[in-house]
Design a protein around this ligand. Structure first.
Ligand code: MG
Length: 418
C-alpha cells in the first residue's frame, strides 16, 4: 500500500495554547492525533507524552492496541507526583497500515477518523463522549448534541485510569480513498457535510488539511484544531478467498509467522559419494522434512486462526455472530455461533453497512460487546421514530469517570511530527 499524508494544526481563535499533538511516521505508515486536557501545562504534556509513547512502542514492534495502553501508562506515570499535571488526560486516534489494503484504527476519546470513499464521507470511529452516549441511548438527537454545552466531556481518555478500553477498527481501503483524522476542534465547528464537501473538492492533501483548519477558525475556532489527511495512492486489489492475503493482514503473530515464515537456512552441502544412494535419500529428507514441518505448522496456524476469531455479520435479515473468518480459509468456513434476534434493517445506516460487510472482527467478547452497541443503536433509532419515548432501562456502560476540558492560558505551542 502506498500512502501520502499531510497535516495542519492550529490553536484556534480562543485558546492561547495548542494542547493537540499529532504524529506522521511515514516509514511505519503510522498516524495519530491526540487532544490533551487538564489544568496548567497538563493538556499539552498529556498529548505529547502519549504520542511519543505510541511512537516508541510501535517502533519496538508492539501491536497497536498494546502501544495505546502503553501510552496510557506513560501519561499516568508522567502525572504521578506532579501536582501541576494531576488529572491530565488525552484522546488518541491512531491509524496504521496492515497488509496491502487495510488500515487498523485504535481509538480512545472524541477525536475522530473519517473515510472518504467514492465521494462519500463516513465516520469510522465512535466518540467516547457524554453527548454521543446520550445520542446512542436516544436521549439526545444528533442536532441537540451538536450544540450541547457538555459536548466536550469525554467518557474515555488516556491517563485517567490504569486500565483503558481501546476500540479497534479495521478499515478496508481502495486506491483513491482518503482518511481524515481530526481533533474535536474541527468537528465541533464544521459540519460533516462541509468536511465531506471540502474533502471531495480539494485534491491536494496538504491544502485540504489547511482548508479544514481554516474552516474551523472561520466558524469561531473555539478549540485547538488538528487534521491529518491520508491519501491511499495505491492499495492492493481485493482478491476473493485468498487466504495468504487475509492472514498477512492480521496482527495475530501466530498466523503471521506461520505464513510469512523466514526462509530456512540453506542446508549444508552433503558431499555425495558416487553411487551412495543412502546419502541421497538422507539429504532429500533433510530438505523435504523442514518444508513439510513448515507447511504443517502453517496449516495448523491457519486452522487455528480460522476457528478462533469471530465476526458480526448478517444471516438473512438477522444480525448474528459468526465463528471463523469472512469468506473462510482453506475450507474452514465460518459458522453461526449465536443468533441475536436483532433485525439488520433496524440499525442505523452506518452500522448496517458495517454488519453487511462483516466489519467487526475479533474475539467473541469483542463481537458480543459490538452487538450490545448495535442493540443500543437500534433502540435509539426506534425511539426517535416514536412520538412518545418509552422510559429506558439501558445497559450501556456508564462513564467511570469524566474528564472535563478546562483550558488554562499558557503561551507555549509545540508540535510533534514534521
Ligand atoms: Mg479538543
Amino acid at each position: 500500500m502506498r500512502l501520502a499524508a499531510a497535516s495542519a494544526t492550529d490553536q484556534g481563535r480562543v485558546r492561547s495554547n495548542n494542547e493537540d499533538a499529532f504524529l506522521i511516521d511515514d516509514q511505519r505508515a503510522l498516524f495519530a492525533v491526540a487532544d490533551g486536557m487538564g489544568g496548567h501545562r497538563g493538556g499539552e504534556v498529556a498529548s505529547h507524552t502519549a504520542i511519543e509513547a505510541l511512537r516508541a512502542a510501535m517502533a519496538n514492534g508492539t501491536p497497536l492496541h498494546d502501544a495505546i495502553t502503553r501510552a496510557n501508562t506513560a501519561v499516568l506515570t508522567r502525572a504521578a507526583g506532579d501536582d501541576e499535571l494531576t488529572g491530565m488526560g488525552t484522546t488518541m486516534t491512531a491509524v496504521v497500515a496492515v497488509g496491502g489494503r487495510q488500515l487498523l484504527i485504535g481509538h480512545v476519546g472524541d477525536s475522530r477518523a473519517y473515510l472518504l470513499h467514492d465521494g462519500t464521507l463516513r465516520r469510522a470511529t465512535d466518540d467516547h463522549s457524554l453527548v454521543e452516549e446520550l445520542v446512542r441511548e436516544g436521549r439526545l438527537t444528533p442536532e441537540q448534541a451538536e450544540a450541547h454545552p457538555q459536548r466536550a466531556i469525554v467518557t474515555r481518555a488516556l491517563g485517567v485510569d490504569s486500565e483503558v478500553e481501546v476500540d479497534l477498527y479495521t478499515l478496508d481501503v481502495e486506491t483513491g480513498d482518503r482518511v481524515v483524522l481530526c481533533s474535536d476542534g474541527l468537528t465541533t465547528m464544521v459540519r460533516e457535510r462541509d468536511i465531506e464537501r471540502l474533502a471531495r473538492a480539494e485534491q491536494d492533501p496538504q491544502r485540504l488539511a489547511e482548508a479544514l483548519v481554516g474552516a474551523a477558525n472561520e466558524a469561531g475556532g473555539e478549540d485547538n484544531i488538528t487534521v491529518i489527511v491520508i491519501d491511499v495512492l495505491e492499495a492492493d486489489p481485493v482478491v476473493a478467498h485468498d487466504p495468504t492475503a487475509l492472514v498477512a493482514e492480521q496482527t495475530v503473530p501466530v498466523s503471521r509467522s506461520a505464513v510469512v515464515a523466514p526462509p530456512d537456512p540453506p542446508e549444508p552441502r552433503v558431499p555425495r559419494a558416487k553411487g551412495s544412494r543412502g546419502r541421497t535419500v538422507r539429504s532429500a529428507i533433510l530438505v523435504v522434512l523442514p518444508l513439510l514441518l513448515i507447511v504443517g505448522a502453517a496449516t495448523a496456524a491457519l486452522g487455528w486462526y480460522a476457528r478462533s476469531s469471530y465476526f458480526v455479520g448478517a444471516s438473512g435479515s438477522e444480525v448474528v455472530i459468526y465463528k471463523g473468518v469472512p469468506g473462510g480459509v482453506l475450507g474452514w468456513n465460518p459458522t453461526v455461533d449465536r443468533r441475536t434476534g436483532l433485525v439488520v434493517a433496524s440499525l442505523p445506516a452506518l452500522d448496517r453497512d458495517r454488519v453487511t460487510t462483516n466489519g467487526a472482527r475479533g474475539s467473541l467478547a469483542t463481537a458480543v460487546a459490538y452487538v450490545g452497541r448495535l442493540r443500543a443503536a437500534a433502540d435509539a433509532v426506534a425511539s426517535t421514530t416514536t412520538t412518545t419515548r418509552p422510559k429506558r432501562t439501558t445497559t450501556t456502560t456508564r462513564p467511570r469517570r469524566t474528564t472535563t476540558t478546562t483550558r488554562p492560558r499558557v503561551t507555549v505551542t509545540t508540535k510533534v511530527g514534521p
